[in-house]
Design a protein around this ligand. Structure first.
Ligand code: SF4
Length: 293
């Protein structure tokens, strides 16, 4: 199979491109998203939320390559056999590319590793996501934006999950750039229109030392079911359509206009007196380590 732009062997089938043209095409499409949604300003100090996996490593690499002022931030949830491996890769990557890396853990902030918070009744991803988002926002203070490696598959799954669960409040999270809200560091997602398979191919072709191990809790997540269903029928174009239509609907609904106060325990933005992370920590009887700011 030949590349559609030259006579070299294609390394990817949709789009049918050789290594050189696939890499060029991939990088151009990420640049287009950055430009279309005005994700990055020259003066921005950006922190990339890194797990050490393919998606966040790719966006860390590309933002640096495109000339952005980037640093890396990782939250170690405390999942044995998973994040300890990816963190090792991330440390090596940041050293190689001379990128400043900061790592914070659930254990230091909440008093326990995720592995030790799980019981038969708990949904690991709910606990993990709530604490990770809270800590990420806390430690990203002082930066203009948090860049995440969410790709087209992640985002189309998130839109469907939130519709199925009637979580209309959360639909405004699935956007290439979040609105400026008091207390929140703006989030950007330059891989928003890039399919997961292409991010995997790009990271392999670039020779990034990333681990493809999946989190051991992924099979317990609601997302996994949605992911399997979506992948069983949705083409790349259908996933693009989901996201484009979602953005059109959001622009009409203006769901992003929400007022947040401050959590009375940790000071993070919250619609209630106590934020979800502190509420959860209280329920887990582990408020130790969460301090007012
Ligand atoms: Fe956390 Fe769930 Fe992701 Fe694992 S799959 S890292 S538990 S959100």
């Amino acid at each position: 199979m030949k590349c559609k732009q030259c006579n070299e062997k294609a390394v990817f089938l949709n789009p049918k491109l050789c290594k050189k043209h696939f890499i060029e095409d991939f990088e151009n499409r990420v640049k287009e998203t950055i430009k279309e949604f005005n994700l990055v300003k020259k003066s921005d100090k950006i922190v990339v939320a890194c797990s050490g996996g393919k998606d966040s490593t790719t966006i860390l690499y590309l933002l640096k390559k495109f000339g952005a002022n980037v640093e890396a931030l990782s939250i170690d949830e405390g999942i044995v056999g998973y994040h300890n491996k990816t963190l090792k890769d991330l440390k090596g990557f940041c050293k190689e590319y001379k990128i400043k890396l900061k790592i914070y853990s659930f254990e230091d902030n909440i008093g326990k590793k995720l592995d030790n918070m799980i019981d038969k009744k708990s949904l690991p991803c709910t606990i993990c996501g709530t604490f990770r988002r809270s800590l990420m926002n806390k430690y990203a203070k002082g930066y203009d934006k948090i860049a995440t490696g969410h790709n087209m598959d992640d985002e189309s799954q998130a839109v469907l999950m939130n519709l199925v669960n009637s979580n209309t409040d959360l639909l405004n999270h699935s956007v290439p750039i979040t609105k400026k809200l008091k207390g929140f560091v703006q989030k950007i997602k330059p891989l928003y229109f890039i399919p997961e398979k292409e991010v995997a191919a790009y990271s392999l072709l670039k020779g990034f030392n990333v681990n493809f191990t999946e989190c051991p809790y992924v099979n317990l997540s609601f997302r996994q079911g949605i992911r399997d269903k979506l992948n069983s029928y949705a083409t790349r174009q259908m996933k693009t359509n989901i996201l484009r239509k979602h953005l059109q609907v959001l622009s009409v609904l203006e769901l992003n206009k929400q007022d947040y106060g401050k959590c009375s325990i940790c000071g993070q933005p919250s619609k209630n007196k106590i934020c979800r992370a502190c509420e959860l920590a209280k329920n887990l009887n582990k408020t130790k380590g969460r301090t007012n700011q």
